[in-house]
Design a protein around this ligand. Structure first.
Ligand SMILES: *[C@@H]1O[C@H](CO)[C@@H](O)[C@H](O)[C@H]1NC(C)=O
Ligand SMILES: [Zn+2]
Length: 383
């Protein structure tokens, strides 16, 4: 026997208390992590949105990262938030969500930030959506237009770049290089809200989105793109610029349908789902562009603008923001679940683990070591 009984008991107590301290530390940390709270009682300014993202990136630095991806005509910074489950596995396919292309559709950045909160703060509930997938969310792609809509002209829809004369703005969802200016004539009129721009990708905002899409395609990570709009209450899928169906039209439709049905089941709101060109085809949309370069799933999700028989156009009262944002999350998450079912990845293909994975396994190894030590001590003690 190496130690006296008293020494052994003291050792046991020490080991137990260290394990206990570790446990309460991690519990305390979890409580601190719940702090950043999305305020759905107001429509945030763009700065308010960036503040919220900063807070999340700060509090969840292990699994959230912000990227500056461009600059608007009025020099506002364009940002994305990349959300992972923190396991450090790289190269996962991505679900890419972009909101606020149309300035007056104020509900869409709220819905995007709500989705971000669900994925980050609500990770436990949504682990399956992040196990083999990362999410990139751009809550507001048109902050110039949004700010103008909030402060000058509520109905503003486009960017704020000058077109000559006294005419401003390009419609972001007509500016992509896919069937550009196909369809109705107003897309060529620089004084109309339908203006498709002086050329494809004339706008820094669309170029920023294009570059993210292209990188995801080039690295084999492009799974699903969702552009949030309001208030058609419809899930649209490609093509928009021509009437022929896509090669995987059935899957596109099934994913759209699962979103529409989930929202209907949750709130009673009837969402349609259809190929976007069903009426009059038009060009330059982000959903067509994403699909054309290699996203197998691509959508414009038109959120609801109504409740209990009342129509609110693009600006539902703030008292309804939370439930409308939740409704959209029900749709987005249902679509993600279906996308995962259709395009599963091999969870066995583990790639390079980062320090975080290592540190979490170190943590459990440490605990196992402590337990072994404790058992040894008990064994010696009982002899
Ligand atoms: C954006 O910043 C550049 C460089 O500082 C400046 O030259 C330009 O005038 C700014 N644009 C606007 C619209 O403020
Ligand atoms: Zn729109």
């Amino acid at each position: 026997m190496l130690f006296g009984d008293n020494t052994l008991c003291a050792l046991c107590m020490l080991i137990l208390s260290i394990t206990h301290i570790d446990l309460s530390l991690s519990l305390g940390l979890a409580r601190v992590e719940l702090e950043p709270k999305l305020n759905t009682d107001v429509y945030y300014s763009y700065d308010g949105m960036l503040d919220y993202l900063d807070q999340l990136a700060n509090d969840y630095s292990q699994r959230v990262v912000l990227h500056t991806v461009g600059k608007t005509y009025e020099n506002r910074t364009l940002k994305t938030i990349t959300i992972t489950n923190g396991d450090g596995r790289t190269g996962k396919p991505v679900i890419f969500v972009v909101a606020g292309a149309h300035a007056r559709e104020w509900l869409t950045p709220v819905a995007a930030l709500y989705a971000v909160e669900q994925l980050v703060v609500g990770l436990e509930e949504h682990r399956h959506l992040l196990r083999d997938y990362d999410w990139i969310v751009m809550p507001l792609v048109n902050p110039d237009g949004y700010t103008y809509s909030r402060t000058v002209d509520k109905w503003w829809r486009s960017t704020r770049s000058p077109n000559g004369g006294n005419c401003f703005g390009t419609n972001i969802n007509r500016n992509y290089d896919i069937g550009w200016r196909t369809g109705y004539a107003a897309q060529s009129d620089p004084c109309q809200e339908h203006y498709a721009g002086s050329e494809p990708f004339s706008e820094p905002e669309t170029r920023a989105v294009r570059d993210i899409m292209q990188e995801l395609v080039d690295t084999g990570r492009a799974l699903m793109y969702i552009s949030l709009h309001s208030h058609h209450t419809t899930v649209f899928y490609p093509w928009t610029y021509k009437s022929v169906p896509t090669d995987n039209a059935i899957k596109l439709r099934e994913v759209a349908k699962s979103g529409a049905e989930a929202m209907h089941k949750a709130t009673g709101t009837m969402f349609s789902y259809e190929q976007a060109s069903l009426n009059d085809p038009f060009g330059g949309t982000s959903l067509d562009y994403a699909y054309s370069i290699g996203f197998p799933l691509s959508y414009a999700l038109e959120l609801s603008g109504q409740r209990n028989g009342n129509t609110f156009d693009f600006w539902p009262p703030t008292t309804l923001l939370k439930e409308l944002a939740h409704e959209s999350w029900v749709g987005i998450s249902a679509m993600a679940e279906k996308a995962i079912e259709y395009y599963p990845t091999l969870s066995a293909e583990t790639e390079s683990a980062t320090s975080q994975t290592r540190s979490s396994s170190t943590y459990s190894l440490t605990n196992i070591f402590k337990i072994l030590l404790l058992l040894t001590a008990i064994t010696i003690l009982s002899q």
